[in-house]
Write a protein that binds this ligand. Structure first.
Ligand SMILES: N[C@H](C=O)CCC(=O)O
Length: 432
């Protein structure tokens, strides 16, 4: 049994002063049972909790720690920036360099605006699409998650789905009516929505690879079909690449699948672990943003110098490597093939989805291609699996509906530990 005394004490204290004891719901371990672990530090592939337990980290801060924790290049860039002050509320050279670097790496982005989180990026992107098209409605896909802006907390994935509140109270009826919902991977359903709402749809927003109902890949031709439909109907196609950006390729999912978005939202990796988001895309659309255009969006801390220093260090590193993504994918491929071998040895037929360095093990035998099929997963079984893995030193995402993120810091020793832990955990589950 894990010694969790100090974490438990902190959780007790936290519950008095922080709703549910955590600052983001999935962290509470509600869906997997048990109490959350409070982390003290991390280095490379490992997390260390307040009780001194060590875990292989398969969340990596939900994506940003693609190089592993406390990467020297990123740490040093922050240290170099610190003496120059923490915030100016005025333009800096680093923001210009950051914009140039993002644009050089993501071909569909011609102009970009920095914000402070993925949520800000998606909220700003749909306002911009509405201002640009003069239309009110957006299409959002079931189980996709675009942060906690009101327009997106309808059939939402991630923590909202995990907590059983995919339609959050507090979202006004009017806002909800402007968000039209369609299933993921179903082009026909979107075509129908568009024909029923001709000329009224400003934007279609989706995660090009869904990561917030577990990992789900777009089916062949799906993204291309959406692109053609949006072109035909004058709808702004928004790819939420907060998870997939700079993770699935230098140019994100759009490079990997060969489909360009009109607007792209970014976060996570672009801050190197600091709170950063961005939205960018076609010049004619981005020029609608204030002060070059009428659509208002602002932020005191946007383009924060320390966050820009961390993000620049991270993106420059990724940009300079020639075969980084092949190597990262190879690590993920090995983890997935080990897991398949373990399932086979134990005679289990669970579903594994993987796209590059994102993957999920679903406790269902069905093909998981959308929200409904993701929900066929046995979440109680997942919870038990999660706890067994934790006991064996592996920290998975504490929800069936979150993808796992592979980091480049995983080496042979960690891969072997992962395989053994999976085998022992699934065997124990099977026995129960
Ligand atoms: N799916 C979310 C991040 O991408 C989960 C993290 C959170 O809500 O705290």
């Amino acid at each position: 049994m894990l010694n969790q005394n100090r974490s438990n004490q902190l959780f007790e204290r936290a519950q008095n002063f922080i709703p549910g004891g955590v600052n983001s719901p999935v962290r509470a371990f509600r869906a997997v049972g048990g109490k959350p672990l409070f982390m003290q530090k991390a280095k490379g592939a490992y997390l260390y909790d307040e009780d001194g337990n060590r875990y292989i980290d398969m969340i990596n801060s939900w994506g940003p720690m693609i190089l592993g924790h406390a990467h020297e290049g990123v740490q040093q860039a922050i240290a170099r920036a610190l003496p120059d002050s923490l915030s100016f509320g005025a333009p800096t050279a680093r923001e210009v360099e950051m914009a140039e670097l993002i644009i050089s790496m993501v071909p569909s982005i011609e102009k970009v605006r920095m914000v402070n989180s993925g949520t800000e990026a998606t909220m700003s992107a749909i306002r911009l699409a509405r201002g640009f098209t003069g239309r009110d409605k957006i299409i959002k896909l079931e189980g996709c998650y675009h942060g906690h802006g009101d327009s997106f907390l309808i059939a939402a994935g991630s923590g909202a789905l995990t907590m059983g509140t995919p339609d959050s109270p507090g979202v006004t009826r009017g806002t909800a009516l402007d968000t039209l919902i369609a299933p993921y991977n179903n082009l026909q359903a979107i075509e129908q929505l568009v024909s029923e709402n001709k000329g009224a749809i400003a934007a279609l927003i989706l995660e090009p690879v869904a990561g917030n109902m577990g990992c789900i890949a777009p089916q062949p031709g799906y993204l291309q079909g959406l692109r053609s439909l949006c072109d035909r109907e004058g709808i702004v196609l928004i790819f939420d690449e907060v998870m997939t950006g700079f993770r699935l390729a230098k140019g994100g999912a759009q490079e990997r699948f060969g489909v360009q978005a009109d607007l792209t939202t970014l976060g996570k990796i672009i801050g190197g672990g600091m709170p950063v988001g961005a939205y960018g895309g076609r010049r004619d659309i981005m020029d609608f943003v204030s002060p070059s255009g009428p659509v208002y969006q602002a932020g005191t801390l946007s383009g924060n110098p320390i966050a820009m220093a961390a993000g620049m260090a991270m993106l420059s590193y990724l940009n300079e490597q020639t075969d980084f993504y092949q190597q990262l994918d190879a690590i993920a491929n090995r983890i997935v093939s080990d897991l398949k071998e373990v399932l086979q040895q134990l005679g289990l037929r669970y579903t594994i989805n993987q796209v590059g360095s994102m993957y999920s093990l679903f406790f269902t035998e069905q093909n998981v291609i959308d929200y409904d099929t993701a929900k066929t997963s046995d979440t109680e079984r997942f919870g038990r699996y999660f706890r067994h893995m934790l006991e064996q030193g592996v920290y998975l995402a504490p929800s069936q509906y979150e993808t796992l993120f592979v980091s480049a810091a995983l080496g042979e020793q960690e891969l072997q530990q992962l395989k053994t832990a999976s085998y022992e955990s699934l065997k124990a589950l099977n026995r129960a």
